[in-house]
Design a protein. Structure first.
Length: 326
């Protein structure tokens, strides 16, 4: 991207949910700096007001909203507010909700499970659906969702949170495919930053595991956990010049990376009499990551296997290219 235009989002309107503090606030400040008019949404009204005032004090345009995005009607009202008061909606960052373990799996109450799913996963549907309808009708949209390393890699005590955050990854892929050809790009962020909501993990072995896997001598507070370091990655992904869609990006302690799901080449057989024993005999080949691929969409996985069966499958342009070469 060119550094010439320092207001690349001028004329655009962005909603960031849960932006009264933490990572959401950092996203808001970054988007406002890039020229977007912003809706600072946070269920805690005083924090939303404070951040909106900060944006205005810096010369930007901001509205505060205290809609609860886990409520479908309020989420719709949030999207309506942005369009009505600021004139359009080009960017949506679903960020609301605090990270954190809920407790050991067997002790979780159904209320605790739903509470986590409602704010992290259902809210993404509630806000994105009305935003999507509007953006698609206008032929342009950038949506960024928020997953977590706890969802894609996980740790103990995080089952409901992991489900919600892994679900967000799935939603991103599904929406990105639905948005193909409509100028609707959808990506997902796995942030890692100091959080006001940091709570200790209630699972007894958490500390032992942390010490085992990470170490005993690692500072918990570090400059690399500043939420402001996450925000430029988000701003890049919602920029009109960014054409990436359906991908996951991670920030962890000063490392910016991509997270992806792959599949091993595995073991193929023409023998239909497969048993658990034959699987056991080939399990190392099935698991071997030495030869693997990263299907972008489900059809890519299918085509890859069909090609290995000798069938002429693949994306249209690849099939045409190979037909021209034969
Ligand atoms: N901090 C991390 O290291 C980390 C790691 C992985 C993922 N995340 C994800 O990043 C996002 C932000 O995390 P954070 O650390 O800045 O959290 P935070 O707790 O500091 O901020 C979250 C904000 O969301 C608001 N919120 C909660 N429920 C809401 C609702 N129903 N409607 C509107 N606003 C609501 C809260 O009031 C709060 O201000 C979350 O989705 C979190 O799961 C954070």
């Amino acid at each position: 991207m060119s550094a010439v235009n320092d207001s690349p989002l001028a004329g655009q309107v962005a909603i960031v949910t849960g932006s009264g503090r933490g990572i959401g606030r950092a996203h808001i400040m970054e988007l406002a700096r890039s020229g977007a008019a912003v809706v600072v949404n946070d269920i805690a009204p005083a924090t939303a007001d404070r951040v909106a005032n900060e944006v205005r004090a810096a010369g930007g345009t901001a509205l505060a909203s205290s809609h609860d995005v886990s409520d479908r009607a309020q989420a719709q009202a949030l999207v309506d507010l942005a369009i009505r008061e600021l004139g359009s909606l080009e960017i949506l960052i679903n960020n609301a909700g605090s990270r954190g373990p809920r407790g050991i799996f067997e002790d979780l109450s159904i209320e605790e499970i739903y509470e986590t799913l409602d704010v992290h996963l259902m809210a993404a549907f509630h806000v994105t659906q009305p935003a999507w309808r509007y953006m698609k009708s206008k032929g342009y949209g950038r949506v960024l969702l928020t997953s977590s390393a706890a969802g894609m890699f996980s740790y103990q005590g995080s089952s409901s949170y992991a489900v919600a955050k892994a679900g967000i990854y799935g939603l991103t892929k599904a929406l990105a495919f639905e948005g193909l050809g409509c100028n609707m790009n959808v990506n997902v962020l796995l942030p890692w930053a100091a959080s006001a909501a940091r709570n200790s993990n209630p699972v007894p072995s958490y500390k032992e595991n942390y010490d085992y896997y990470v170490g005993t001598d690692v500072p918990s507070d570090h400059w690399s956990q500043d939420p402001a370091l996450v925000a430029p990655l988000a701003a890049y992904l919602v920029d009109p010049r960014c054409s990436i869609t359906g991908e996951a990006f991670s920030y962890c302690r000063s490392r910016y990376g991509r997270v992806f799901v792959g599949v091993t080449n595995g073991w193929m057989t023409a023998n239909h009499e497969v048993t658990a024993e034959t699987i056991e005999a080939h399990i190392e080949q099935i698991r071997d990551r030495g030869t693997s691929s990263e299907p972008q969409w489900v059809f890519d996985e299918l085509s890859g296997v069909l090609r290995r069966l000798g069938l002429p499958a693949g994306r249209k342009e690849d099939r045409e290219r190979s037909a021209a070469n034969t």
